[in-house]
Design a protein around this ligand. Structure first.
Ligand SMILES: [Zn+2]
Ligand SMILES: [Zn+2]
Length: 394
């Protein structure tokens, strides 16, 4: 596998602030966020959240795995690359030696770590994304459309997660229809630069860090487990969740849940980042006044593949206006659904509130949750030039 790793080399697109691995834009999020949005979908009554996750993963990873393959790769190599990409992205370690007989196992799982941290006690298997990943990988490697189901999971004490192929072929999921949009984000020079924080230096340092799966296929960093997940996956999952909830008259509930998940993610991930040796070495020397921590967190977030955003107004402890010039939610919504009647960037909206709660709140992360309220006052999805978020004390 080592000699094939170059196929997963990270390319950072400085214009769009996107991380690209094997030809796909990937987004860094932590296990708190990933398990929370999964929990939100899978526990919503009246919709099949597992199906939404599985189908999105299958369609996105069929394309992603195919990107990593080259003409002339033997079948064993193709499966090794499928497992290698999965591990490189931080989802865990897949053992595909039994795949010809329909059985794949995993000794580690990003999702098991996430659920154990946030929702201990679940006994039902949690590696839903992996079921879709394997179906997508199977399609990329063999050309066949099949299903995988997790029949044992480490979440309920099994020694390894076990995925078994369902007998026989099944109908293919239609390919995802997207319209590529021509879009040039507003340049950094259009925004005021923070007085003490060198954002480009922080982004450069983070991009240079080897943030990819270790021997277990996990990315323990900043006190959380990170994973690089294609932006398309998040966008498909969140858009379809809201659409299915909207059909039940619950669109606003769905949106609120996604905002809450993102606020929790920001509190946990950025707390981990602010107490890491990397923060001490890189950002702490730039901190002069209290507001600088907020600017530092924003700079760090601009290395995660979310796009880039800039603080346009900030009263320490009270208010924040922040403008995102090309968030992945907005770009994805435009590609997948066109324009919208209302703003659609629920992840960034929740993160904006969480960052303020982290920097200016007190007590535990649970105490700080909800300290600040955030709204999206303008959105690229509705035709605005950029997405603008406004945060104030709740
Ligand atoms: Zn599992
Ligand atoms: Zn937006």
């Amino acid at each position: 596998m080592t000699e094939l790793r170059h196929r997963f080399a990270l390319h950072f697109d400085w214009v769009k602030h996107r991380r690209v691995i094997a030809g796909r834009e990937v987004i860094l999020h932590c296990h708190h966020y990933n398990s929370r949005i999964q929990h939100t979908l899978e526990s919503a009554a009246g919709i099949d959240g597992k199906r939404i996750i599985r189908e999105a993963a299958e369609s996105v990873f069929a394309e992603h795995v195919l990107n990593a393959l080259e003409a002339g790769d033997a079948t064993d190599t193709r499966w090794a690359l499928a497992a290698g990409l999965y591990a490189h992205l931080g989802f865990g370690a897949l053992d595909v030696r039994g795949v010809a007989t329909g059985r794949v196992t995993a000794a580690s799982s990003h999702f098991v770590e996430g659920w154990n941290a946030g929702f201990a006690g679940r006994t039902e298997p949690v590696c839903t994304l992996t079921e879709g990943y394997l179906a997508g990988a199977h399609l990329a490697v063999t050309g066949e459309t099949v299903a995988y189901r997790e029949t044992a999971c480490r979440i309920s004490g099994a020694a390894a997660c076990v995925f078994e192929r369902a007998a026989g072929p099944r109908a293919a999921i239609p390919p995802v229809a997207r319209a590529l949009i021509a879009f040039s984000p507003r340049p950094a020079a259009a925004f005021p630069a923070p007085a003490h924080i060198d954002g480009d230096k922080i982004v450069s340092a983070l991009v240079a860090m080897p943030i990819h799966g270790d021997a277990e296929g996990l990315i323990p960093a900043f006190g959380v487990y990170l994973a690089s997940t294609p932006a398309d996956f998040y966008n498909l999952v969140c858009i379809r969740f809201i659409e299915e909830m909207a059909a039940k008259g619950l669109a606003r509930n769905a949106q609120r849940l996604l905002v809450s998940d993102a606020e929790t993610c920001a509190l946990n991930t950025f707390r981990g980042i602010m107490s890491s040796p990397e923060w001490d070495a890189l950002v702490a020397p730039m901190l002069v006044e209290s507001a600088d921590s907020l600017y530092g967190v924003v700079a760090v977030s601009n290395a995660l593949g979310w796009g880039n955003w800039y603080v346009t107004q900030h009263t320490p402890g009270a208010t924040l206006r922040i403008e995102s010039v090309n968030g992945y939610e907005a770009a994805g919504y435009r590609e997948l659904r066109g324009t919208a009647a209302a703003p659609q960037c629920f992840m960034l909206r929740g993160v904006a509130a969480g960052m303020m709660g982290l920097v200016y709140g007190t007590g535990t992360m649970a105490d700080r949750f909800g300290t600040f309220a955030s709204s999206e006052a303008a959105c690229i999805c509705t035709g605005a030039e950029s997405c603008r978020f406004e945060v104030r004390r709740a």
